[in-house]
Ligand binder design. Structure first.
Ligand SMILES: Cc1ncc(COP(=O)(O)O)c(CNc2conc2O)c1O
Length: 385
């Protein structure tokens, strides 16, 4: 069992992940392929473990952000289709082709340069043409460009036209207008193709859960497989079960008198006798300083973070004495009914749930659980003596 030497950890509920994927999968037409978004270390949940579980639960393939992320998954034995969503260098086309990794193309020039570097004996590089229909990030914008690319790919052996896709920037919003514009533009792009490729995809979680007209024949779902809300404006359709939780343990506890101060800047001063606990987690773990004042669950009861959060430690005002070793839950629950959602932390940080789970970094080991059984500990910081 992997070792870890600090009692702060993230727990990943693999049963919840499995169920979330299955629910989304079952909510889609049978012929619609589900690609699970496992980029950014599977939104902080652990890319390899999530990839395996999502594929078991019915995902057809995976999408990642970087070619590096795709190569790691191939190295670990993932054989399913993997699409890199970000642009790769033309010089790296051969690496992607050799590992059967699909990549996006937005420019004919990229294809020409990539074709020159592919080298002999590599399988055709699988291409998904990315259309910018309004996200304004990457993508071609004119049908002429699309037609040129389709013709070029047809005339070469180095490339296989495997997909065409776009990305919605407002599918999560209540207003449909901008979304409808993007959808119409994408349909127009698809309509000018001589041959419709294997994968035609546009929907993210908000699309897959809130817009039945966005499925085409594949969807790319991230936030919803993690049981997190895909939209702050639309009712959480079959909002799944939160997969991620974050825990620590009290390492030090003391009673302080009125007037005593806690933390940097002596910024917190007790007004009465208080029990103060210290837990070994701080902003270097991604538990940001702006979370001062957020409550945690200590021994089943809410307790407020007091004083400035340090790099590696945080102080909490307890409702009463609690012993060293008491479990403290920063995100999630302790089975007492109270529960701290990722969304609650996002609210406190004035950000979105995506950022909260991505910010808990490599210094916090991930515990993978099935039911109450711990089946794997991944500690990227220390691989063991
Ligand atoms: C191209 C693309 N497809 C699918 C997804 C999955 O979206 P979902 O998690 O809402 O289902 C993302 C997420 N991209 C980002 C999520 O947050 N910032 C992003 O750039 C994406 O960029």
């Amino acid at each position: 069992q992997t070792q870890y030497f600090r009692d702060t950890w993230a727990e990943i509920d693999l049963d919840a992940l499995y169920q979330n994927v299955k629910t989304i999968r079952d909510g889609l037409p049978r012929e619609t392929k589900l690609f699970a978004a496992v980029k950014a270390n599977a939104y902080g949940h652990g890319d390899f473990q999530i990839a395996k579980e999502a594929l078991k639960a019915g995902a057809h393939g995976l999408v990642v952000a970087l070619l590096d992320e795709a190569l790691v998954l191939r190295q670990k034995g993932i054989k399913a289709p993997i699409l890199v969503l970000g642009l790769i260098r033309p010089a790296d086309a051969g690496v992607a082709a050799r590992h059967h990794i699909s990549v996006p193309v937005v420019q004919l020039e990229w294809l020409k340069e990539a074709g020159r570097t592919m080298g002999a004996g590599v399988p055709p590089l699988k291409i998904h043409v990315k259309c910018d229909t309004g996200m304004g990030r990457i993508g071609l914008k004119h049908e002429e460009e699309l037609k040129e690319i389709e013709q070029f790919i047809k005339q070469t052996d180095e490339f296989e036209f495997e997909g065409i896709f776009t990305h919605f920037s407002t599918a999560d919003q209540a207003s449909e207008k901008y979304y409808q514009g993007q959808l119409a533009a994408f349909k127009k792009f698809v309509s000018v193709l001589e041959t419709v490729p294997k994968y035609v995809h546009a929907a993210n979680s908000a699309g897959a859960l809130c817009h039945n007209d966005s499925f085409f024949n594949a969807v790319r779902v991230g936030i919803a497989i993690y049981g997190l809300s895909a939209s702050q404006e639309r009712p959480p359709l079959n909002k799944g079960k939160q997969v991620f939780s974050l825990h620590s343990k009290i390492v030090h506890v003391k009673k302080i008198r009125p007037g005593e101060c806690i933390g940097y800047g002596a910024a917190y001063q007790a007004e009465k006798e208080e029990w103060i606990a210290t837990i070994p987690v701080g902003y270097a773990d991604g538990w940001l300083r702006k979370l001062e004042g957020q409550s945690v669950i200590a021994g089943g009861e809410r307790a407020e973070i007091v004083g400035r959060i340090c790099m590696d430690q945080t102080m909490v005002r307890l409702p009463h004495y609690m012993p060293i070793g008491t479990q403290v839950t920063l995100i999630g629950g302790q089975g007492t009914g109270d529960f701290i959602t990722v969304e609650e932390i996002a609210e406190k940080l004035d950000t979105i749930n995506y950022e909260v789970i991505c910010m808990i970094n490599f210094r916090v080991p991930r515990f993978y659980k099935r039911g109450s059984k711990l089946i794997e500990v991944e500690n990227p910081l220390f691989r063991g003596v």
